[in-house]
Design a protein around this ligand. Structure first.
Ligand code: F6P
Length: 319
């Protein structure tokens, strides 16, 4: 193996730059050349390449976003697109590819592997919805960003004695919502993995009100329902006048936390080591402190599952 490629794909996540740096520097340290593709699989298909050197990946470990930029590439979701991508990799004499992204990006990588091309994936998404790693790159930072916002909302919620509904990202998963709810001491959390029970929520709010609680924070994962709809249901059923905040893309930005910068550095180094050890069609992850590999498809075929103890904690501590 002489030259490897690297790209970031799907939604950006804080720590992706630290992963790019770790991939490039580990590979160069081991005597390999490194080529970056801009805009994920789009750049692979368009031949949008940039050589990565020790100095070109300097000064990026702390930066949010991704210097390689990213995209969700529809062309690569079709077999012709994957074949064209393979052709491009051969044209550039690239012997293996590192894909940094979420499960959609891993599915593209898997298709490439099925054509016999060596690929290793690094899990990067704020959603944390991938099996094979305790945490994906960006999840910790997004939780901290959400927490900072929720703490600000608590100030105004308590001053005005109000009920706030805070929508957090996570696509179809509730990891971000649950983590933020526990960290912020929220009264209630709604996640897509659990059936929503309006009566139970109203009961909880009424009980809190009777105990003299003057404000409440409810964290809603975006995959449950639009918060505006939830607000309307609360108004109709319980007469509640909730304020709504949708945190949105702010959760994807900012410098990576120390946890994410370290995780990204370890997974970046681990991905190159895995390729050099002859692994392909694999993802690197961190489980119980150890860097391990699994087949790429493990990330979407296995269910990670929400931590039941954390769900119970919100229930017990939010009384
Ligand atoms: O997968 C990361 C994520 O931020 C999800 O939480 C969210 O549902 C989605 O991406 C938003 O995608 P886009 O940036 O394309 O609107």
């Amino acid at each position: 193996m002489k030259r490897i490629g690297v790209l970031t794909s799907g939604g950006d996540a804080p720590g992706m730059n630290a992963a790019i740096r770790a991939v490039a520097r580990t590979a160069i340290y081991k005597g390999l050349d490194v080529i970056g593709f801009r805009r994920g699989y789009e750049g692979l298909l368009d031949g949008d390449v940039v050589p990565l050197t020790v100095s070109s990946v300097g000064g990026i470990i702390h930066r949010g976003g991704t210097i390689l930029r990213t995209a969700r590439c529809e062309r690569f979701m079709k077999p012709e697109g994957v074949r064209e991508g393979l052709q491009r990799l051969r044209e550039y004499d690239i012997d293996a590819l590192v894909v940094i992204g979420g499960d959609g990006s891993f599915r593209g990588a898997y298709e490439l592997c099925k054509l016999g091309y060596p690929v290793v994936g690094i899990p990067g998404t704020i959603d944390n919805d991938m099996a094979g790693t305790d945490c994906t790159i960006g999840f910790d930072t997004a939780c901290n960003t959400a927490l900072q916002c929720i703490e600000k909302l608590r100030d105004t919620a308590s001053s005005h004695e109000r009920l706030f509904l805070v929508e957090v990202m996570g696509r179809n998963a509730g990891f971000l919502a649950l983590e933020a709810a526990v960290a912020a001491g929220a009264e209630y959390v709604l996640v897509p993995e659990r059936k929503f029970d309006l009566a139970d929520l109203c009961k909880k709010l009424n009980y809190a009100h009777q105990r003299g609680k003057t404000h409440s924070l409810i964290i809603v994962a975006e995959g449950v329902m639009p918060v505006a709809e939830l607000s309307a249901q609360l108004k109709d059923t319980g007469g509640y006048d909730a304020r709504i905040t949708v945190l949105g893309h702010i959760q994807r930005g900012g410098s990576p936390s120390s946890f994410d910068a370290v995780l990204a550095s370890r997974l970046g180094g681990g991905a190159v080591e895995a390729l050099l050890a002859g692994e392909t069609g694999a993802m690197v992850g961190r489980t119980s402190g150890k860097i391990i590999t699994h087949p790429l498809q493990y990330s979407w075929e296995e269910s990670k599952g929400l931590d039941e103890d954390m769900m119970s904690l919100v229930e017990m501590l939010g009384i």
